[in-house]
Ligand binder design. Structure first.
Ligand SMILES: [Zn+2]
Length: 344
């Protein structure tokens, strides 16, 4: 399976927008090896040996569990505020190096706080400060999204939601629901998401990734989702398609992620083509560039390789992502103007 086609220069040069990128899945292998060595972690400090623990390998089972297992290893690295800041800065720098001009980073305060038993509110401060400073240095637009996992329970989600609301408008624009969709349905979290939405935050729900389109409908109707993370199985549910079209609901599609986590068998069979043909609002994103060894340019190159679409379609998708960004409409207009000038 070809997951790293040569990236055409015209794709690398496009100014891009990434709305779905997890901080914990965006770490540099070289940095992780250095942390393992310097902090004396019970992990290999050799990049080659570390790679199979933190990056999905071609021989790994293509399952949600195998994917989520990498995050369990990655949790061991967040041992100090300095490391959390450094990893955040590097994630922003890597996006900027790929010509991402507007980036939303999704991070799990609980994951980053776990090893050092740090107060989650402080972790959120560290990530926000480091990310905002890095984005200013790189001259790119940025917002952060606090994430909660289904499998980590409602109490933790409520605490993260409270902290997210406290940090609203300080660079933190939304709350997301991720995690194991198969064994932990989203229903219990409805109230938490309704409440943050009332407080002005945006909401994005991972849904219709490992389970069917019904989950997409629930995310829209019950959670008030502003965007759907993945949502690729929407095509199995005609009612969900109709609802998503009515609401002009943006989908955060991530090709390599879907392939490597077993959502699809092959990229040629990815439903993105049908989603676009159905008139859905489709954006392309990285999900976890570190774990998947990908970049946004690589995702666009894969899209072109495995579909009949052209670079003109990609330009339209980038502008769709601008409209779906968790920023004020005046900022959207400004970003759109800047990108259109370069894209066309
Ligand atoms: Zn995700």
């Amino acid at each position: 399976m070809q997951t790293r086609p040569a990236i055409p220069l015209n794709i690398a040069a496009l100014p891009k927008v990434d709305l779905h990128r997890h901080l914990e899945g965006s770490l540099r292998l070289k940095t992780l090896a250095e942390i393992a060595r310097n902090e004396g972690l019970d992990l290999p400090s050799d990049e080659d040996q570390l790679q199979s623990l933190v990056q999905l390998q071609i021989n790994d089972p293509r399952t949600a569990d195998a994917f989520l297992a990498k995050f369990q290893v990655l949790r061991m690295f967040y041992c100090s505020p300095q490391i959390i800041r450094r990893l955040t800065v590097e994630a922003v720098e890597d996006a900027a190096a790929d010509n991402v001009r507007y980036l939303e980073i999704n991070f799990s305060p609980a994951a980053l706080a776990s090893v050092g038993h740090f107060p989650m509110a402080e972790v959120v401060d560290w990530v926000l400060e480091a990310a905002i400073e890095a984005a200013e240095r790189q001259d790119i637009g940025l917002r952060l999204i606090a994430g909660v996992n289904r499998h980590e329970g409602i109490d933790l989600a409520e605490e993260v939601a409270r902290i997210a609301v406290d940090h609203f408008d300080r660079g933190l624009a939304g709350l997301s629901l991720a995690g194991n969709e198969i064994d932990f349905p989203a229903d219990d979290f409805e109230g938490v998401f309704r409440a943050v939405k009332q407080a002005g935050l945006h909401v994005t729900i991972h849904a219709g990734e490992w389970v069917g389109g019904n989950a997409v409908r629930k995310a829209i109707e019950n959670f008030g989702a502003d965007r759907i993370g993945h949502g690729v199985r929407v095509m199995e549910d005609p009612l969900a398609i109709t609802l998503a079209k009515e609401k002009r609901m943006p989908f955060e599609v991530c090709l390599s992620s879907n392939l490597m986590s077993g959502v699809i068998e092959s990229l040629d069979e990815h439903p993105i083509t049908q989603m676009m043909a159905a008139g859905l609002q489709v954006t392309l994103n990285t999900d976890d560039p570190g774990i998947l060894n990908t970049s946004l340019s690589n995702e666009y190159a894969l899209f072109l390789t495995h579909s009949d679409f052209s670079i003109e379609t990609i330009k339209g998708m980038i502008l769709t992502a601008v409209q779906a960004a968790f920023i004020k409409s005046s900022e959207k207009k400004q970003l759109e103007r800047e990108l259109i000038e370069e894209l066309f």
